[in-house]
Design a protein around this ligand. Sequence first.
Ligand code: ADP
Ligand code: ADP
Length: 218
Amino acid sequence: MIEARSLTKQYGDKTAVNDVSFTVQSGKVTGFLGPNGAGKSTTMRMIVGLDRPTSGSVTVDGKPYADYPAPLHEVGVLLDAKAVHTGRSAYNHLRAMAATHGIPTSRVNEVIEMTGLTGVAKKRVGGFSLGMGQRLGIAAALLGDPRVLILDEPVNGLDPEGVLWVRQLVRYLAAEGRTVLLSSHLMSEMAQTADHLIVLGRGRVIADAPIADILAGD
Ligand code: ADP
Ligand code: ADP
C-alpha cells in the first residue's frame, strides 16, 4: 500500500505537486491520469525516494523513502522513458543491476522471458527501439520481484501488441496481490487497464475513485 499525506513539491516558485493525499491499495491497478505537467512523474519520484518532498510525507508499505531510493526488491520502478545508454547487451545490463542489488543471476533470464526480450537479450541496449527500451525498463522493474510497482507511462513507444501485453502484465501482477501504480495522459488507456483512478491536474488531486464510477460520470 502507498499512502501520501499532504505531499507537496516546489521547484523554486513552481509548485509541481500541491498538497496531494491519496492511498494506493494492493491487489488492484491504480492509475494516475493527467495531462503533461500535472505532477505525475514528480509524485512517482517522491514515492520511490528519488526526489524529496518539500512538505508532507509518503510511505510504501509503511516505509518512507525520503532519504534513499527504495530497494529493487521492494519497489520496482519504470520512470518516464529515458533511453539506457550502454554498450552492454540487455542480458549484461540486467545482470549488472542484479549483482549490484544482491539479486540472483537466475532471475535475469526469468524477467527477460517475462518481458519478451529473449530474442534480443544478446543485442546492445544502445541500439534498442523505444518499445524494446520500455520492455527492458519493465524487466528492470521486475528484477527484484517487488511487492510494489511504479510505472510511469509504461505503454509509451510500444506497438499495439506491446500495449496489450503491458495491460495483461499489470493486471496479472495486481491479481497476485501486488501494489501497481501506473501513469498515463490517456483516459482511453486507463479505461482498459486501471481499477481505480487518481486524476491529477496542476499538481492537485481532482478525482480519486473506482474507474467504474468515473466512467459512469458519478
Ligand atoms: P507529469 O509527469 O504529469 O507530466 P511532472 O511531474 O513531470 O508532470 O511535472 C510537474 C511540473 O513540475 C511541471 O510544470 C514541470 O515542468 C515541473 N518540474 C518537474 N520536474 C522539475 C524539475 N526538476 N525542475 C523544475 N521543474 C520541474
Ligand atoms: P546508479 O546509482 O549507478 O544508477 P543503482 O544501483 O542505484 O546505480 O541503479 C542501477 C540501475 O537500476 C539504474 O539504471 C537505476 O535507474 C535502476 N534502479 C535503481 N533503483 C531502482 C528501482 N527501485 N527499480 C527499478 N530500477 C531501479
